[in-house]
Design a binder for this molecule. Structure first.
Ligand SMILES: [Zn+2]
Length: 698
């Protein structure tokens, strides 16, 4: 057979099998792939990548099973969405950086890991790494990374204790197992590996019998909702009632985040002295309740629990919780401060990288459960600013804490509440190694959450664009295989194009998130513009879709201003936050195996106050757009720059490597007006993001 006719034959066979399996709802993806392999052994090449991706379209959708409350949306099974364009480049940078090599250079996830049967680190770091490595490896279809992840998975699945416990026998802490379960559920969706479900079932039965004697404590007690997600995942696949008993027990033993935020007490910076005075240090409740990562994970506690409780209040609980965190600890990069505990609104306070990726994961899950579009806005703000801001462009080094006003990254104790002097260095494991193990989940899970499915049964199914970035999705809607291709330079440019390709014409609603900042957004289908697109809501296009239909959205990318600590202002455009990029001098502190730890010192002055009318930015902010570079967030090739008027402000100074809080605006200064360039937050590793405003304009 010639090459072309061979691939034609494979393609035809493939489509026939797909059609067959889309009718056999009970068939698993593994059976489908197995049948494909046996039917056409020469198609091995398909099996390595395209078959897994295409098979997602016949994977049974696992909506919530009664008596669980229906979710607004359902995340597509892992493998349904593939990154494209700049997002694929970003994931490739991650894989070619420390993520793809961490086990080769950091013993904590190396060959002696307890999660590989060794005597090394046996707590959270192996599972943390796997929780991001699995989706990264499979989204990129990278054989070498899959092999690395597979070793941890295989060891875990093959070394379950007779009683049901999983993981290294050197500790029995529930917490690292919670993380491993998250990794296993993703792995099962990608591969259909039939070992996963029995192992999880046996573990959960064991835990149900063990928890009354040995209840959740410290980290697991404050992060119980992350395990409930995995319990629900399994319940939706097996329907075993004991799983709901386990979910209720986890909730009963877990910390009551709803009560904490119904009467939120932690309204100012939590210092080491405060913790000491209130006898709340170490792993006591006060330290854990005000701990940044715990709060980031807890954003989803209400929505996750609402699936069991059925309570509307629980379901929307992420929104008031985010409001409280914003009000007392909110920063312009979309984060709340946490260095290491909640730290107030001064933009020189830091946010831990673990909190960034955990907050993102909470937003992805909460958006799916409660369907509120503002959660998508926040997810994008974190993904496009705080997440890439914490890494070097090549993703070989990261920070523990990042600051919106980050004027130096050096060995200083100030301004951290309870963290150490390395906290904002770029390196292998500055301050503490949790983020080194945990950051890998940020980009891959974001990519896997871009599209979701709506509806509570096959009859009312639809698709949802939850967040925007270039990708391709394949799924089934109302029994018909549908491919979506999203082409966009968003968030750098404002146009998003979707090609909708159902196998046969099929009617369903396509819901498109219109960000709250996107007043004046337009939406068209096949060139015909549709009326009434409202910012801050989902726009719904309910029609009979035919292959080749094209949807186009244009989000106006007008620069705008937001207000922060001491009346300071930040400049935004679309979902991007902009910063003044201070000149950077990178000084190596020490080599760290395949990577290094870096201090970064400023090479020019940064103490600018902005000098324009914040209520009328049209004439005072000049926009320059360029093509996206190979490293989408790199300073050397920024895709957008904003030129603004500013004046130096002598009264604003640094102390011990940190900028003082921005002086209360409006401010007075004698310096002449200059034009300065603002670049995307993540491109500026030394930056000013929250600026004082000059008096004339206030
Ligand atoms: Zn961390």
């Amino acid at each position: 057979m010639r090459g072309s006719s061979c691939s034609d034959t494979i393609g035809k066979l493939f489509m026939e099998l797909q059609l067959h399996f889309s009718k056999e709802k009970s068939s698993t993806r593994r059976e489908f792939i197995g049948l494909l392999a046996s039917a056409f052994p020469a198609s091995r090449i398909l099996l390595s990548s395209d078959a897994v991706f295409a098979a997602a379209s016949v994977s049974p959708l696992t909506r919530n099973r009664a008596p669980l409350a229906a979710s607004a949306f359902t995340l597509l099974p892992m493998g349904s969405i593939r990154p494209a364009g700049w997002l694929k480049d970003q994931l490739r940078i991650q894989a070619d950086g420390l993520s793809g090599h961490l086990d080769e250079t950091w013993a904590d996830v190396g060959p002696n890991s307890g999660w590989l049967g060794g005597t090394g680190e046996s707590w959270e770091r192996g599972p943390y790494y796997l929780d991001g490595l699995v989706p990264l490896a499979w989204l990129l279809d990278d054989a070498a990374l899959k092999a690395k992840a597979q070793r941890f998975v295989d060891w875990t699945l093959e070394h379950q204790a007779p009683g049901g416990m999983i993981g290294p026998s050197s500790n029995n802490d529930w917490w690292p197992r919670i993380v491993m379960l998250k990794a296993l559920t993703q792995y099962q969706e990608f591969t259909g590996d039939d070992r996963v479900i029995p192992v999880m079932g046996k573990y959960f039965q064991f835990q149900l019998s063990e928890l009354p004697r040995r209840p959740l404590r410290d980290w697991a007690r404050f992060r119980w909702q992350d395990e409930v997600l995995s319990v629900i995942w399994l319940y939706n696949r097996t329907g075993s009632p004991y799983l709901l008993d386990l979910a209720r027990l986890l909730h009963a033993q877990g910390y009551d985040w709803t009560a904490e935020f119904a009467n939120f007490q932690y309204k100012s910076r939590i210092t080491a002295d405060y913790l000491k005075l209130n006898a709340g240090g170490g792993l006591k409740d006060l330290a854990l309740a005000t701990h940044g990562v715990n709060n980031g994970q807890a954003v989803k506690a209400g929505p996750v629990w609402s699936q069991v409780s059925g309570s509307a209040e629980d379901r929307s609980a992420a929104l008031p919780m985010i409001d409280e965190l914003d009000k007392y600890h909110g920063l312009p990069n979309g984060m709340f401060s946490c260095d290491e505990h909640l730290a107030g609104r001064n933009p020189s306070q830091g946010s831990e990288l673990c909190t960034v990726v955990e907050y993102m994961y909470s937003l992805e899950q909460s958006l799916a459960i409660c369907g509120d579009p503002s959660l998508g806005d926040r997810l994008e703000r974190l993904a496009f600013n705080a997440l890439p801001g914490a890494f070097t462009d090549d993703m070989w080094a990261h920070q523990y804490n990042q600051e919106p006003n980050q004027v130096e990254c050096s060995l200083h104790q100030r301004p951290w509440g309870t963290d150490g002097p390395e906290s904002n260095l770029y390196g292998l494991a500055p301050n503490f190694g949790c983020c080194t193990a945990n950051y890998h989940q940020g980009w891959p899970k974001f990519a896997a959450s871009l599209f979701m499915r709506s509806g509570t049964s096959e009859q009312d199914e639809g698709l949802v664009a939850a967040a925007y970035a270039p990708c391709e999705a394949r799924t089934t809607v109302r029994g018909t295989a549908v491919q979506l291709i999203e082409e966009t330079d968003y968030p750098f440019h404002g146009t998003v194009r979707l090609a909708v390709r159902p196998d046969v014409p099929v009617r369903f609603p396509l819901q498109l998130r219109i960000p709250a900042w996107a007043a004046g957004a337009t939406l068209s289908v096949n060139g015909q513009s549709l009326p009434s697109v409202e910012a801050g809501r989902f726009a719904t296009v309910d029609r009979a879709w035919r292959s080749g239909d094209r949807v186009e959205m244009v989000f106006p990318m007008k620069p705008r201003v937001s207000r922060w600590f001491n009346g300071s202002i930040a400049v935004e455009r679309g979902p991007l936050v902009f910063s003044y990029g201070i000149g950077e001098s990178w000084v190596k502190l020490r080599d760290r195996g395949m990577t290094a730890d870096w201090q970064v010192f400023p090479t020019d002055q940064w103490n600018y106050a902005l000098d324009f009318d914040p209520d009328s930015t049209a004439g005072s902010i000049a926009v320059e757009e360029k093509q996206i570079g190979e490293q989408p967030f790199a300073r050397k090739s920024t895709a957008v720059r904003l030129n603004v008027k500013a004046r130096k402000l002598d009264a604003w100074r640094p102390q011990d490597g940190a900028a003082d809080p921005p002086p209360q605006s409006p401010v007075v200064t004698d310096h002449p007006q200059e034009t300065i360039a603002l670049i995307p937050y993540a491109a500026a590793k030394l930056r000013v993001t929250a600026f004082p405003l000059v008096k004339d304009q206030a």
